[in-house]
Design a protein around this ligand. Sequence first.
Ligand code: PAF
Length: 279
Amino acid sequence: MQVIRTVAAMQDLRKTLPEESIGFVPTMGYLHAGHASLVARARLENACTVVSIFVNPTQFGPNEDFANYPRDEERDLELLETNNVDFVFMPSALDIYGAEKNTAVVHLNTVADTLEGAKRPGHFDGVCTVVAKLFNIVRPKQAYFGQKDAQQLAVIKKMVRDLNFAVKIIPCPTRRDPDGLAMSSRNVYLSPSDRATALLISRGLGAAKALWQEGQRDSALLVDRVRQEMAHGNFAGIDYVELVNGEDFAKMTEALPGAIIVVAAKVGQTRLIDNMVLE
Ligand code: PAF
């Protein structure tokens, strides 16, 4: 496994790689089994796999956890080595954004303006801008994103369509701990009692899905079912529980197949998101 620390070195390396078969997994590090599943899929479907680790400052709001975001380079590199990754791209923020303020920003209307976009202004501009840069530097054939960040996935897919990036976006299922909690680097912040509260999110989503499987299609009732379960916990705040269309994240009144129930809530200081696709 080769670690590449500069944009120039990554671009030089890229020229030597086969055009047709590069799988790319962009990450912010502090890797877990969810990331490992993206890597495994990329390895299976491509001749060579590039993973990036870059805690992207521009996707964090001023009062968010950029400074404290968990980082463990040594452990991450070990995990990637064990998972037979070929190349790890770990640029600095200065190298990615340059010494002057980066004035080119990729902004998507509609899908990036609701829910996460509304609660975290500028977040998807940061995500889209860095992912566009990474796509231009790595020029992958296929790129792998977790369904856990469902709106991010929809935003990236739309950016790729709108800007004609020559990359195929491959969605990968959310990985969960045995108790049902969706894997996230931020779970490390949770105390045992926080975790007990956090678990009510996946429990609520599971209960709503069971109702949907029994034939319930009224989105208000399905959303209520999630909220009922979450009412047993000690959330610091619930940002939203909504049933939306998986393409543009518009709210739906009828829960047609492919709809997603999305949740964002704060447990202690930790903001968690999760979702359930109804299919
Ligand atoms: O999902 C993430 O870890 C990040 O948002 C991403 C896609 C690596 C962009 O910084």
